[in-house]
Design a protein around this ligand. Structure first.
Ligand code: F0G
Length: 458
């Protein structure tokens, strides 16, 4: 068990406050047991998401001073363009304000209502935008990805034989796109191998289907390929990234993850002039003029610098090493999680840890509440609570797993913070049998997990 030393030193700090258990009992009750409703001031260690929560470097902060705030044709845009072309090799690079903005612009251009879109696993917003465009989203992750206890190097992979079967069943003309999410967030930040990207692209090209890369965690995926796919042992993360993106036709990116910015995104096209023109029209309506895309010039500068920093090998070794350290500590305590650990988060298997709580009493959410009570740690449910209801019957849907996600912000927390997290989980595990499930007392119609009210089941 080794903690990979940070390849940086700390120049600026932000105080965080530890509260008492009694205070936290009040805060979470007042939040209706929904961690999204907590004031962040009352959170000690915030593992709710790794999105937009990272620390920027001194190079990023100083590059912001060079931001060109011209409405059109700003210098900062051209710098971003150069970087995007060098790193990803795509002809057209469009900044947008975040990942879902890219999805909103793109999917209605690809999907004709009634068509299918198949992914190794959709992130919620991507699934939502496929649906809003009239498409039907199908998850097609490899079977290993659904077995949290079993080790497999690339649990994020597309199930290619099933993909081929789905195309045969529905007809290639009814499949609007294939979405490759790297890393595969929803199954635990699990990587996709280069071999799998090649295979998926081969099938897509055979049938003339567009491949969209959902690229939020592209750099962590590149690092896993370097570590686990012998062919790439000597390649740099940048070289690996170039090849990964060669298997896509379009990519959407939330830059709030691996590109190390607090806000930003990209939408890029490898070589399709017609699609590019259509994208431009929609970007101007939804995001702003093409050369700023919903961001200020200084944001574009931080993003360009972040795209390179996120690919630094020493940084990635530390980043993934941090996750491995936390996972090793959980293994020592016998706490079940999606194994091996992913790139941005540890997905604790709350279904296994709290087996007495049925799926419709939300074991993942119960563990969210317990970790907050135990040590002021905020996490999120990736299980049945996250699922909306069946739109037709109103029935509670059952997720394939009941996870509690411990997403680690980039360059923010130290080894001692991770120790607090591991020890808190061990304390909850000790009293697991007494942990109660939850029921919803109020919920909105869609994306309920953000705003629902809950209460413990007696
Ligand atoms: N795609 C993936 C794989 C994501 O993980 C996210 C966001 C998005 C797209 C949407 O990007 O937030 O910039 O609009 N994931 C965050 C998370 C919110 O917590 O996992 P966005």
């Amino acid at each position: 068990m080794r903690y990979m030393p940070e390849p940086f030193k700390i120049k600026m700090v932000e105080p965080i406050r530890m509260t008492t258990r009694e205070e936290r009992e009040g805060f979470i009750r007042d939040a209706y047991y929904n961690a999204f409703a907590l004031s962040a001031d009352n959170v000690y260690i915030d593992l709710q998401t790794d999105s937009g929560t990272g620390a920027m470097s001194d190079a990023q902060w100083s590059s912001m001073m060079r931001g060109d705030e011209s409405y059109s044709g700003g210098r900062s845009y051209y710098r971003l363009l150069e970087a995007g072309k060098e790193i990803f090799g795509y002809d057209y690079i469009q900044p947008v304000h975040q990942g879902r903005a890219a999805e909103k612009v793109l999917f209605p251009l690809l999907v004709t209502p009634g068509q299918y879109v198949i992914s190794n696993m959709f992130f919620d917003t991507t699934r939502a935008h496929v649906g809003l465009a009239g498409g039907r989203a199908i998850d097609c992750v490899c079977p290993e990805g659904l077995d949290s206890g079993a080790y497999y190097d690339f649990k994020g992979n597309m199930d290619v034989p099933r993909l081929e079967a789905l195309i045969a069943e529905h007809g290639a003309e009814n499949v609007a796109a294939i979405v490759m999410t790297i890393t595969n967030n929803s199954v635990g930040g699990q990587p996709v191998s280069m071999a799998n990207m090649r295979e998926t692209a081969r099938v897509a090209r055979e049938h003339g289907i567009v491949v969209v890369i959902d690229a939020a965690r592209y750099a962590e995926n590149a690092y896993f390929i370097k570590e686990r796919e012998p062919e790439f042992a000597d390649a740099t993360p940048l070289e690996i990234t170039r090849e990964m993106f060669s298997y896509g036709d379009v990519f959407t990116m939330s830059a709030k993850k691996d590109a190390l910015v607090n806000m930003g995104g990209l939408l890029a096209v490898r070589e399709d002039a017609e699609l590019t023109e259509a994208i431009k029209t929609r970007v101007i309506s939804f995001e702003g003029y093409l050369t700023y895309g919903g961001l200020s010039g200084r944001d574009l500068e931080a993003l360009t610098t972040g795209l390179y920093e996120g690919l630094d090998h020493d940084y990635l070794r530390y980043r993934v090493g941090q996750m491995q350290y936390l996972a090793d500590r959980l293994t020592a305590y016998g706490i079940p999680f999606q194994n091996p650990v992913g790139g941005h988060a540890v997905f604790v298997d709350a279904g296994k840890m709290l087996p007495h709580i049925p799926y419709d009493q939300f074991p993942g959410q119960a563990l969210v509440v317990e970790l907050y009570l135990e040590a002021g740690i905020r996490t999120c449910d990736i299980g049945s609570y996250l699922m909306d209801r069946d739109p037709e019957t109103g029935a509670q849907l059952r997720a394939p797993f009941e996870f509690t996600r411990l997403a680690v912000p980039r360059r923010v927390y130290t080894q001692a913070h991770l120790d607090v997290v591991a020890d808190a989980l061990a304390a909850v595990q000790e009293r697991a049998a007494s942990v109660k499930g939850y029921q919803i007392t109020w919920e909105p119609k869609v994306l309920r997990h953000f705003t629902s009210h809950l209460k413990p089941v007696d």
